[in-house]
Design a protein around this ligand. Structure first.
Ligand code: CTP
Length: 417
């Protein structure tokens, strides 16, 4: 279920102060179930001992080109063939240059030459080194060969100065690793648009009508769809979590924004999943200035557009999306209400949420849903974390599309957003 589980990931660590962050990357990948094999340069070992990485990953790091591994095999050769992804973090200007030249006299550069796994590079160095034309030219060379680059970011550097050169955060590097590993997944080639979060309808410049949605369910769907290779667009309202890396994120704060953005994206949407809690009412008038208390408390409301109803009408003429999935936030007559919504909104599937529960629905990390499809099938899932719920929903989407896994071919590398 988790894209990192059982994947063999090489983590090349070169000598910079950010080696301490590489320990966190190693830990995050290992905890997610990946088989992490660490390779270190001599300079990296001056910052953190190989023992630390060995203890965290459960595997002895490769620190020498001729180190034997798993019996009598040569470490870098064995690992190059096993790897599904090669992350080098931190990557110094020196090793970056060596990779660009195609050198192979240390475990990291030799493995980079021998492996066909994608390379995910996280440079970290002083700003002047990063901006030096030699470094930039080397970077272009590596990207032209298909390497993926994450960072560096701006901030405080080892010298104490501020500037560009900080290694990206471990959590972001792990997100990019997930994205790269998932590219040839079962949803590759599919364009999925997901709405998430709650809408806000403005009363005046400081007040709004909103709801309890945190966006966690929609973000989990976006992440899992991305991990399975889909090209994901997230239309998001008010959320307590950030959109995941590797998805296109489009803000839409009012119901009318959700409607406009969703309709604009329909021609490029194969599957639409509407997880957003979209307002049903809005103030008739939005005041330009803050309402004073002596003007009275009465706010007149009117209906907002129903986004899924509008999609239902538009998809007839467009022939897109192929599949529309809605959510039903209910507190009573759960199944009947969900079934009615699936029919009236012309959906292939609806995800029923009992939003009166405290451990499921709005705001929490877990959810308990029932999946209903047009053919009358009803599947109730137990309480699960939202990513696992997302996995089940997307599994059903694949089934409804009658979809087989399709291949992926490596292209030219790029700087990751
Ligand atoms: N939805 C929508 N446009 C709205 C309101 C909701 O497209 N103005 C979508 C939601 O994203 C969800 C589905 O419709 O996928 C059902 O939303 P829900 O709030 O459960 O139902 P409503 O249609 O708002 O109906 P009611 O409030 O009467 O339950």
């Amino acid at each position: 279920m988790n894209i990192l589980a059982d994947k063999t990931i090489l983590l090349g660590v070169t000598g910079g102060i950010a080696v301490y962050k590489a320990v966190d990357i190693c830990s995050k990948l290992t905890q997610a179930g990946a088989d992490v094999r660490v390779l270190m340069t001599h300079s990296a070992q001056k910052f953190v001992s190989g023992l630390t990485f060995g203890a965290i990953s459960g595997q002895q790091p490769v620190t020498d080109l001729w180190q034997l591994y798993e019996g009598e095999k040569i470490g870098h050769v064995t690992l190059a063939h096993k790897a599904q992804l090669f992350i080098i973090a931190p990557l110094t200007a020196h090793t970056l240059a060596r990779l660009a030249l195609g050198m192979g006299d240390d475990p990291i550069s030799a493995t980079a030459l021998s492996t066909t796994a994608p390379l995910l590079l996280a440079p970290a160095m002083e700003a002047n080194m990063w901006q030096h034309p030699a470094t930039q030219a080397n970077l272009q060379t590596l990207m032209a060969r298909g390497a993926y680059i994450v960072g560096p970011e701006s901030g405080r550097l080892a010298s104490g100065a501020s500037g560009i050169g900080r290694m990206s955060e471990p959590a972001d590097i792990v997100e990019h690793a997930r994205t790269l590993l998932g590219r040839n997944g079962p949803l590759s080639g599919l364009r999925i648009t997901i709405s998430a979060g709650g809408t806000r309808e403005w009363v005046d410049p400081v007040r709004f009508m909103g709801n309890r949605s945190s966006g966690k369910m929609g973000v989990a769907l976006a992440r899992v769809a991305r991990d399975q290779g889909a090209q994901v667009t997230l239309i998001y309202g008010s959320m307590s979590v950030a959109p995941p890396l590797g998805v296109r994120a489009v803000p839409a704060i009012r119901a009318s924004d959700m409607l406009r953005v969703t309709l604009e994206l329909l021609p490029e949407t194969d599957v639409l999943i509407s997880a957003a809690a979209i307002a049903d009412f809005r103030p008739v008038v939005t005041h330009d200035t803050k309402l004073k208390k002596d003007t009275g408390a009465g706010i007149q409301l009117e209906r907002t557009p129903d986004v899924l109803k509008a999609v239902g009408e538009r998809r007839q003429e467009l022939g897109m999306p192929k599949l529309v999935v809605g959510f039903a936030a209910e507190t009573s007559d759960l199944l009947q209400n969900a079934q009615r919504k699936m029919a009236s909104k012309n959906l292939e599937m609806i995800v029923l949420n009992d939003v009166s529960a405290t451990d499921a629905g709005f705001g929490v990390d877990t959810n308990r849903v029932t999946l209903l499809t047009r053919d009358g099938a009803v599947e109730s899932l137990p309480l699960l974390d939202k990513e696992t719920v997302a996995y089940h929903i997307l599994h059903r989407v694949r089934g409804l599309l009658g979809r087989q896994s399709i291949g992926w071919s490596p292209g030219v590398g790029s700087v990751l957003p």
